[in-house]
Design a protein around this ligand. Structure first.
Ligand code: PGA
Length: 249
């Protein structure tokens, strides 16, 4: 089996002004005491990306955007391109988060175009998929996630690859999480799909779990087979909580 470096990514969403940079300094100090056994990524709001990247880099923390446009530049007021994220120090970008899919009407096709733009700019896209509660209740969770995977992942990727994040929509920001058995089943399904379509590269792709991951449940979730890390929202905002999750790897 391919060995995959675990990855813990923090998604700050629309939270954080200059003051929040202090949390990154605190996290950097904690990581200096004992090196993490995973890649640590922070995806702050675009306004903080450059300053945060400067603080994070010496501590070995890498940064990412929370979204990018599919075009490199142009008349797209308010949008940020993948190249701009790279220019501000990013190495990753989250695409297709359920909040983008819901609040901005993003389709699998949009997400795929954004992933292609990210890859061509040299970023690793963290491509998010996940079912709603009514889809799970209707027994459609796997079918929904497989359809999203089919539509959202580019047909091919250059060397640096992609990351998949499975985030059940009903678990995001709610404090609720699926059972370990349900997480295992979905991550196995995703792994089989990636392997059948992309062979060795699919076997080597990190699959993150996201949705109410916190210090108290991280160790249990990160132990599940085919869970290669986490995409963490609320619990990534405070250095203590985020560090506890990183330490659970
Ligand atoms: P949460 O968010 O950890 O606050 O549930 C996760 C996410 O939306 O990426």
């Amino acid at each position: 089996m391919a060995s995959i470096t675990p990855l813990i990514a923090g998604n700050w969403k629309m939270n954080g002004t200059s003051l929040a940079l202090g949390e990154v300094r605190n996290l950097a100090a904690k990581l200096a005491e004992s090196a993490p056994r995973c890649t640590v990524v922070i995806c702050p709001p675009a306004t903080l990306l450059e300053r945060l990247s400067e603080i994070a880099a010496p501590a070995g923390i890498v940064t990412g955007g929370q979204d990018c446009h599919s075009a490199a530049s142009g008349a797209h007021t308010g949008d940020v391109s993948a190249q701009m994220l790279v220019d501000a120090g990013a190495q990753y970008v989250i695409v297709g988060h359920s909040e983008r899919r819901t609040n901005h009407g993003e389709t699998d096709e949009t997400v795929r175009a954004k992933s292609v733009a990210a890859l061509s700019a040299g970023l690793i896209p963290i491509i998010c998929v996940g079912e709603t509660e009514s889809e799970r209740d209707a027994g459609k969770a796997e079918a929904v996630v497989l359809t999203q995977l089919q539509g959202s992942i580019p047909a091919e990727w250059p060397g640096h690859g992609i990351v998949i994040a499975y985030e059940p929509v009903w678990a995001i920001g709610t404090g609720r999480t699926p059972t370990s058995a349900d997480i295992a089943q979905m991550h196995d399904t995703i792994r089989r799909d990636l392997e059948s379509r992309f062979g060795e590269r699919g076997a080597a792709t990190a699959i993150l779990y996201g949705g109410s991951m916190k210090p108290s449940n991280a160790a249990e979730i990160l132990r599940i087979s085919n869970v290669n890390g986490g995409l963490v929202g609320g619990a990534s905002l405070l250095a203590n909580d985020f560090h506890a999750i990183i330490s659970a790897v």
